[in-house]
Design a protein around this ligand. Structure first.
Ligand code: ZN
Length: 495
């Protein structure tokens, strides 16, 4: 769990728009919302009633006051527009607040309570979301990404919209079931095979939608699903459950692949030697244990510290969250010097600040110049701004983009927005897990770092609401029958 709560300024750096402004915000974008609006806009008989768009970069729990405000605004806006024929909503699926472990479930349940049992509700989800019983029971359709790194935002929005329209017009009667097992799916090939299987069930007509959801492993909530198959069928709940069970059993029967096929992380001290062994060009070093895409603060400076200690002279550039350092850079002005601690603000006993002597190169409001290159992707659904931002240089060859809020740094746009061309550098670091592999198509190599951070398995993790040892492979479940390990959720038949 990230120690940094998500607050209003993080939403303001992402999006917080209501009513008709939602159309302007979403239309034509490579997002789920863009896909939903695309399909709805094709039928002149459909009146689109936009309610609210609120998005922030991945992060820690929402401040409770902010969460209640957003929830109430959404439900009030819906109430004001009733009656409606269908509700389509784009969610992440694992949003939680200080006082709510299942914000998406709460929101879907409130929408259900508002519109009643007959109005279809379809939601899109990140495949790393947590499809809780509450979510499954409130929705008619849950539609998760089928790609990792994720890039099928538009397609999933379109799919959810088609299901909702079909349900609203009475052509189909979608029902959703979620079948889960306590198994960490760490093998990408196995995940892709399961997704493929789901896609073929959709093309055969056996399912309207079939999603494989390996939930973010660091989510600390009581109803933690670990691995789920979320299946939407046309009116056949038993078939949805049966398909889900089959896919989960298929995964379980190959569970040894979760250890033999997981990608190894490189210990921080070994990363520099690994870079030297790689061909000329730009090496992208991801820092998954402090990944903003995984909800962490993005403020661990350990890689920068190691480069400085080793006096690395090849140019390297990095991104780091440190609002206090940015304030000091603003005071120093362009060309000024800032000495003292950098990063580590939220590191606790996991990581500390490093001492630097930096020169301020540029200062800006941190607006992100969104681009579609080299491929459309995640930035469309995260920040519009990094907050006040300072680019600083630390001798001999380290350049750091210091931001005021955590920023998804999976593509070069964040660097280019402050005048840095990442391919001019030997090392570019990203606070991400996998998405950088999709965007940095011109990289000479990729390294996944095993550095300190809230995602590191080293040391004790502050688990409060569940025991991570209760999933495979930490628990081998010797002799257990997968049927007994599965949990199943679906809406009550009254819906
Ligand atoms: Zn994801």
């Amino acid at each position: 769990m990230s120690p940094l709560l998500t607050n209003r300024s993080m939403f303001e750096a992402g999006a917080l728009v209501e009513g008709q402004d939602v159309l302007e915000f979403g239309t034509g974008t490579r997002t789920e919302l863009g896909g939903i609006l695309d399909i709805l806009g094709q039928d002149p008989a459909i009146e689109i009633v936009p309610l609210l768009a609120a998005q922030a970069s991945c992060g820690g729990p929402l401040e409770s006051g902010l969460w209640h405000q957003l929830h109430d605004r959404m439900i009030e806006a819906l109430r004001a527009q009733e009656p409606v024929d269908a509700v389509i909503i784009s969610l992440h699926g694992s949003t939680l607040a200080e006082d709510d472990d299942d914000c998406c479930g709460t929101l879907l349940a409130s929408i259900r309570a508002q519109v009643g049992p007959r109005v279809p509700i379809a939601a899109t989800l990140d495949m790393h979301g947590n499809p809780t019983a509450q979510m499954t029971q409130a929705a008619d359709a849950l539609v998760a990404y089928k790609t990792y790194p994720h890039h099928d935002f538009v397609e999933r929005g379109q799919q959810a919209a088609r299901i909702a329209i079909g349900a609203a017009t009475g052509e189909i009667s979608p029902v959703v079931a979620t079948v889960s097992a306590p198994m960490n799916l760490r093998s990408l090939p196995l995940m892709e095979e399961l997704i493929e299987e789901g896609v073929s069930l959709e093309s055969d007509g056996a399912a309207l939608c079939c999603s494989i959801m390996p939930t973010h492993p660091y989510l600390d909530v009581p109803d933690f699903r670990v691995l789920s198959a979320v299946v939407v069928t046309n009116g056949d709940r038993d078939a949805a459950v049966a398909i889900g069970k089959r896919l989960i059993t298929q995964a379980w029967n190959q569970r040894d692949r979760t250890t033999t096929e997981s990608r190894p992380l490189t210990p921080l001290p070994d990363a520099l030697a690994l870079v030297r062994s790689m061909p000329p060009g730009t090496v992208v070093i991801a820092d998954p244990n402090d990944a903003v895409t995984g909800g962490f603060p993005g403020d661990c400076p350990a890689l920068i510290g190691t480069l400085l200690e080793n006096r690395v002279t090849d140019p390297t550039c990095h991104i780091l969250t440190d609002p206090t350092f940015v304030e000091r850079a603003l005071q120093a002005g362009i060309g000024g010097r800032v000495s003292g601690p950098l990063g580590g603000t939220w590191g606790g006993d996991r990581y500390r600040p490093i001492e630097v002597d930096a020169t301020v190169v540029t200062l800006s409001d941190g607006s992100i110049q969104k681009s579609r290159e080299p491929m459309p992707g995640h930035l469309e659904v995260s920040n519009r701004s990094m907050g006040p931002t300072a680019v600083v240089r630390i001798e001999p060859a380290v350049t750091v983009v210091v931001t005021s809020v955590p920023v998804m740094s999976t593509e070069g746009t964040v660097y280019r927005s402050v005048g840095i061309e990442p391919y001019d550098y030997r090392i570019v670091s990203t606070k991400s897990v996998n998405q950088q592999r999709f965007h940095y198509t011109g990289a000479a190599g990729f390294i996944d770092l095993d550095g300190p951070g809230w995602g590191s398995t080293a040391g004790d993790y502050a688990w409060r609401k569940r025991d991570p040892a209760q999933s495979y492979p930490l628990n081998q479940f010797e002799g257990a029958d997968i049927e007994d390990l599965m949990t199943i959720a679906y809406a009550p038949p009254s819906l």
